[in-house]
Design a binder for this molecule. Structure first.
Ligand SMILES: COc1nc(N)nc2c1ncn2[C@H]1C[C@H](O)[C@@H](COP(=O)(O)OP(=O)(O)OP(=O)(O)O)O1
Length: 168
């Protein structure tokens, strides 16, 4: 049986640009990604999303300004964990992104996202995000470089999506 662990992933948009961070340590090291991490027991998912963003690149957002745009699930062959990743985006933020111990932030044009240096799944779902769609994606990996199988589908409404699942 898989043990589900809850994570956040936040993307900041500014006109035709998206803020990514180069992970400097730990899971996903040397890959560009959004900002996020584990949800702690004492906080809501939105609070965790805002906290991780601030810890990782010193940008502040109000949790209420974060839009839930996707639900992603990652599993890894032979490993007992299912990563349940709640994805958020916003263009309402305060502060200039700054490098931290965990991340090196950089703005990229939406047309110049560095997919070669990102998780392989990003190439599949970023187009949904960049077109303003909401979506569900499920990816099963062998190691960290090869996707064995995946499913992706557009969602009309995230609230309805979660209401239709046994547990959120
Ligand atoms: C496997 O594919 C993935 N693709 C993408 N784009 N993002 C992923 C993938 N798997 C995990 N993520 C995201 C989810 C989280 O935002 C981070 C991982 O969080 P992390 O392990 O860094 O969590 P922290 O709480 O910050 O951990 P530490 O404090 O222990 O560093 O990656």
């Amino acid at each position: 049986m898989l043990v589900k662990k809850l994570f956040t992933l936040v993307f900041i948009n500014n006109e035709d640009q998206i803020l990514l961070g180069l992970k400097k340590r730990g899971f996903g090291v040397k890959k560009w990604n959004g900002f996020g991490g584990k949800v702690e027991p004492n906080e809501t998912i939105l609070e965790a999303a805002a906290r991780e963003l601030n810890e990782e690149c010193c940008v502040s957002v109000r949790p209420s300004d974060l839009k839930n745009i996707a639900h992603l699930e990652f599993t890894f062959e032979g490993q007992p964990t299912l990563m349940d990743v709640r994805v958020f985006s916003t263009n309402v933020f305060e502060g200039n992104p700054k490098e931290t111990e965990e991340m090196l932030p950089k703005w990229f044009k939406n047309t110049e996202v560095p997919f070669d240096d990102m998780w392989p799944d990003d190439r599949i779902w970023f187009p949904y995000m960049l077109q303003g769609k909401k979506f569900f994606g499920k990816f099963h990996y062998e190691g960290f470089d090869k996707i064995l199988n995946y499913k992706i589908e557009e969602i009309d409404c995230m609230k309805t999506f979660y209401a239709g699942r046994k547990s959120t």
